[in-house]
Ligand binder design. Structure first.
Ligand SMILES: Cc1cc2nc3c(=O)[nH]c(=O)nc-3n(C[C@H](O)[C@H](O)[C@H](O)COP(=O)(O)O)c2cc1C
Length: 298
């Protein structure tokens, strides 16, 4: 699949697109990635679900979403207006949940890919345990591979593991077309007056600039140890806010780039990043973004 440019939204940070329609021209993106969709609607966790931290944010949304039926009936027509490839992030608590959603998405024209969220740290049942054990990753990726007949299958990796390359290898072995990385780091903020966690869920996922150097490191590790040899593209994310950040990810081995937390600060940053990458390519004498992917020398 060829995208007009590498930029896309990070799942869960731009809803189903209509929420941001007044702020940014999303038609300029390479692709749109939706909030996680589950088979049934989910109310998510109790409030407080989001808190700003130094150089980032913690969220424990708990996969609140409209569910598959409402997504298909109400959100797909809105997304169709973008005229972009749409990647639908799919979540669930059982393998059958994932299969039901992914199977239904096969017949939706604008949907070109399924992003398998096996890495959400903010739900009590399911969620992250699929994504932290290579055997579980192999199993669920293999099952999803069977239903993703026309849609590309992107497996989204959790950074909350000892060896992310081992998880990536399991996903690639089981048939992932692409990897996206990284999801948020499990973290906690404390209200020192109440002596309780700030988030109702107790823990949340840390995102934003604070995690960027770790995300770049992990992308490079997975690129050099797994993805490059397998010819599997990586969608890099984690704290991208400026063109400089995006170029770091490209040099480290990412082919696509997703922006999440930065949208809460400046939705228009997506276009600035896209234009800034172009400026970098021009000033360094590269004809195309593909010329710099994975060219980091270490
Ligand atoms: C408020 C919020 C909600 C998120 N919801 C989801 C989600 O539903 N599914 C998912 O796979 N990732 C979700 N994420 C993770 C992001 O897609 C992304 O992997 C992570 O935030 C790192 O990128 P960033 O630093 O640019 O935000 C969410 C992140 C935030 C901040």
């Amino acid at each position: 699949m060829t995208l007009a440019n590498p930029l896309m939204t990070a799942s869960g940070t731009c809803g189903y697109a209509d929420e941001y329609a007044d702020f940014v021209d999303l038609t300029q993106l390479g692709a749109f990635v939706t909030k996680s969709i589950t088979a049934k609607p989910r109310a998510g966790n109790n409030y407080q679900r989001v808190i700003e931290t130094r150089a980032g944010m913690l969220n424990a949304i708990g996969l609140a979403n409209v569910g598959l039926d409402v997504f298909l009936a109400e959100k797909v027509p809105l997304l169709a207006a973008l005229a972009l490839p749409v990647f639908v992030n799919v979540a669930g608590t059982t393998v059958d949940d994932y299969l039901a959603v992914a199977d239904a998405l096969e017949s939706v024209d604008i949907v070109r890919g399924v992003e398998l969220n096996i890495s959400c740290p903010n739900v009590k049942a399911g969620g992250i345990q699929f994504g932290t054990d290579p055997e579980q990753v192999r199993l669920i990726t293999g099952e999803l591979r069977k239903v993703c007949r026309t849609n590309i299958l992107i497996v989204k990796l959790s950074p909350n593991v000892t060896d992310i390359a081992a998880i990536a290898a399991a996903a690639v072995d089981a048939g992932a077309d692409a990897l996206s990385m990284i999801n948020t780091f499990t973290a906690m903020a404390v209200d020192i007056d109440t002596r309780r966690p700030v988030l109702a869920n107790g823990t949340g996922g840390l995102s934003g600039p604070a995690i960027r150097p770790i995300a770049v490191y992990m992308v490079h590790k997975v690129y050099t140890q797994v993805a490059q040899a397998a010819g599997v593209p990586i969608i890099g994310m984690g704290g991208i806010q400026h063109a400089h950040d995006a170029v770091e990810f490209l040099l480290a081995g990412a082919t696509g780039l997703a922006v999440g937390t930065a949208l809460f600060v400046e939705p228009g940053c997506l276009m600035d990043i896209r234009d800034g990458i172009g400026d970098y390519l021009d000033s360094h004498g590269f004809a195309s973004v593909t010329d710099i992917i994975g060219t980091l020398e270490v």
